[in-house]
Design a protein around this ligand. Structure first.
Ligand SMILES: [Zn+2]
Ligand SMILES: [Zn+2]
Length: 338
């Protein structure tokens, strides 16, 4: 099979992914072999390439927003048949027995494996996964549309859930890329009386236009003071400064949720009285559970979420990642692998 592999920690500007031929993976008894048709491009790949989180071996096939069709079944597979369309997300496997797994917090399992970091992912023509960690894709979506739902969508949904959002309140979104543009559609559907304020980087006019088209009540740049205090903020940016900005604009008793596996720059010093007192909270989001995906995918179909897609060929993965790093992808970048 054709695959784009990462051989070592590198700068994304050096176009580190290399097109190679690999043997087709072989499913074990509980796994399915999936012919990949689409794979979304995620900030986590930038973190892996640049070493903020490291793949557990090299070469590694990155990519964890995978859509494809079941081509072969392990001998004990019962949930899928050949030809079924499935999605694969960031969580690839969890032990099922530790205290976290038993509480449904498999996203915190010490032994969990992550797609495209511990096992080969979706920047390739084929991949394998346990049948328990694949999801049916609602018919409403094309393969390319469904791909970003599997991380940008699912983790955005988790972040929104962890914010504790209630209708009628004010939500701030810092960064308006693949995840936030899906989250705003969920908010507008489930919490129609919430106001949503969107903060992007200076110069990202396209992101602000898209935010307004999707119902943002106000748009500005990080550093701006919005027309009202935020009851909740979700920070999707790769930088630390936006955490302090969100806290500065936060209402008393509010919560900032940080949706990032790593930050590229530190969070600036937080003066306690100014940024944290009055019961302000900070919560990070770590990974996803199967439940997040199982709940979000049908909801996305019910809402008729329309992911904005910028399409690339498998061979163009480096270029897609460079554009992502520069904040230049409108909506979500997706590799078309057919
Ligand atoms: Zn991701
Ligand atoms: Zn576990």
């Amino acid at each position: 099979m054709k695959a784009m592999v990462l051989n070592k920690i590198s700068s994304v500007e050096e176009k580190p992914l290399q097109l190679v031929d690999l043997p087709d993976p072989v499913p074990d008894s509980e796994q399915i072999l999936v012919r990949v048709s689409a794979c979304g491009v995620c900030h986590t790949e930038l973190d892996e390439i640049e070493g903020r989180v490291s793949p557990s071996r090299f070469p590694m096939v990155l990519g964890h927003e995978i859509v494809g069709r079941v081509e072969k079944l392990g001998t004990e597979v019962t949930k899928y048949k050949q030809g079924d369309r499935v999605g694969i997300a960031w969580i690839n496997w969890a032990c099922g027995q530790c205290s976290f797994c038993l509480k449904g917090e498999e996203n915190l399992c010490d032994q969990a494996k992550w797609t495209g970091m511990d096992v080969d992912g979706g920047y390739a023509e084929y991949t394998v996964v346990s049948e328990d960690f694949a999801y049916p894709i609602p018919e409403k979506f094309t393969d390319l549309q469904a791909a970003p739902l599997l991380c940008a969508g699912v983790i955005g949904y988790r972040a929104l859930r962890l914010s504790g959002i209630e209708d009628g309140k004010v939500l701030g979104l810092y960064g308006f890329g693949a995840s936030a543009h899906i989250v705003i559609q969920v908010v507008k559907y489930k919490y129609p009386n919430c106001q949503v304020f969107v903060f992007s980087r200076p110069g990202q006019k396209e992101h602000q236009d898209l935010a307004r088209k999707l119902g943002a009540d106000w748009t500005g740049v990080t550093g701006d003071t919005p027309p009202a205090k935020l009851n909740y903020a979700i920070d999707f940016t790769p930088v630390g400064a936006s955490v302090r900005e969100a806290l500065r604009n936060l209402e008393k008793g509010g919560r900032v949720v940080i949706n990032a596996i790593r930050k590229t720059t530190p969070i600036p010093e937080l003066d306690y009285a100014e940024y944290l007192w009055h019961e302000k909270e900070i919560k990070s989001v770590a990974n996803v559970t199967r439940r997040d995906a199982q709940e979000f995918l049908p909801l996305a179909a019910e809402i008729s979420i329309v992911p904005e897609i910028q399409e690339f060929k498998l061979e163009e993965a480096n270029e897609a990642l460079i554009l992502l790093n520069q904040g230049k992808i409108r909506g979500a970048g997706v590799l078309n692998i057919l």
